[in-house]
Write a protein that binds this ligand. Structure first.
Ligand code: TRP
Length: 336
């Protein structure tokens, strides 16, 4: 079996990418894909988006924006496999094979599902109110994403750790019953990777409505950065960098020297407006080049479509023979 490290991760296509996605996921993943000892499989999880995004135009637009973002930020599609989940029909097929090897009790324990039930409970609703089978089955689909390519490593946020445990469970049960088909994947939860705070200091997240979108034009980017919440200390007053949201965001983009200099500037009483101006310049310098490429890509979706089709071909070169072997092993094979 494959001994190389195979790193795989999916990005749900239900929103507009923001700085938190960039710092927490896209940037480290692109950096990891440059390592020759790693095979990188990165994909647009549009089937996962369907669980909660029922506006077809939004899902479609998000797919376009997220694909364009990865390409504009320098993902090398020759060195990695970049594809759209829904272009790989073997994934839903594997989902069913795995579904039939998944204990319902295991799914009952899913944090995401339980949270939805609890929210209903607190609202005095029926426990199943608004919960579709996609949400309940979500961990099985995610397991299929991972096992379809026998990924060894899966970089994810802390909130996804349980899904990786479930994937290992499901893989083990399948292997036990039908033979050793699947590698047991490991979650890679990088404590080094910054969780970027949003405008209000909580984690930057679409659900908190506190994001700074990744591709704002320069003027709007500056305006949004000026909205980051600070305390009311005056210019000249020494400030504490470690309790300042704006310093955390600055740190996520700065190199070691810039960070040390900003830390000193806080002690020396830099005005909040000046911190934000410097933060704007730092981010804008990093994103100005990619932003031009992004605009070009968004205006030429056919280029993106072509890249994804090539990625799907590469992915299916692995998935098609594996699904054939799996069908065979479960007893779905020609009669003569
Ligand atoms: N569930 C992941 C998230 O919300 C996205 C995802 C879908 C994924 N399939 C995956 C991540 C497979 C890693 C591997 O972040």
């Amino acid at each position: 079996m494959n001994t190389k490290r195979r790193s795989l991760t999916g990005i749900t296509t239900s929103g507009t990418p923001h700085l938190g996605n960039y710092v927490g996921a896209i940037k480290p993943a692109i950096a990891a894909s440059r390592d020759d000892a790693t095979e990188a499989y990165y994909f647009l999880a549009d089937y996962h988006a369907l669980v909660k995004c029922f506006e077809s135009d939004r899902l479609h637009q998000s797919t376009l924006e997220i694909a364009a973002s990865w390409l504009a930020l320098g993902l090398d599609t020759d060195k990695s496999v970049f594809y759209r989940q829904s272009d790989i029909p073997e994934i839903p097929e594997l989902t069913w094979l795995l579904t039939c090897m998944t204990a319902k009790g295991l799914m009952n324990r899913s944090h995401a599902y339980k949270a939805a039930v609890q929210a209903n409970d607190e609202a005095g609703e029926d426990p199943d109110f608004g919960i579709n089978m996609g949400l309940f089955n979500y961990p099985v689909l995610m397991s299929a994403d991972i096992l379809m390519f026998n990924a060894t490593h899966v970089p994810v946020g802390k909130d996804q750790a349980q899904h990786l445990e479930m994937t290992r469970d499901i893989a083990q049960r399948f292997n036990h019953h039908y033979g050793q088909h699947f590698v047991l994947p490991e979650a890679v939860i990088d404590a080094q990777v910054a969780t970027l705070p949003g405008l209000d200091g909580r984690k930057m997240s679409k659900s908190y409505d506190n994001t700074i979108p990744l591709w704002l034009p320069e003027k709007k980017l500056r305006k949004q950065i000026m909205r980051i919440v600070t305390n009311s200390q005056e210019p000249g007053e020494p400030k504490d960098p470690d309790s300042a949201n704006v310093f955390s965001i600055y740190s996520a983009f700065a190199d070691v020297r810039q960070r040390a200099e900003m830390r000193q500037a806080f002690v020396d009483g830099i005005a909040w407006g000046d911190v934000k101006q410097q933060l704007f310049e730092l981010i804008n310098n990093e994103l100005a080049g990619p932003r031009e490429r992004y605009m070009e890509l968004i205006n030429n979706p056919a280029t993106i479509e072509t890249a994804l089709k090539i990625g799907a071909d590469k992915a299916r070169a692995y998935a098609v023979p594996l699904i054939k072997k799996l069908r065979n092993s479960v007893g779905i094979r020609p009669l003569a």
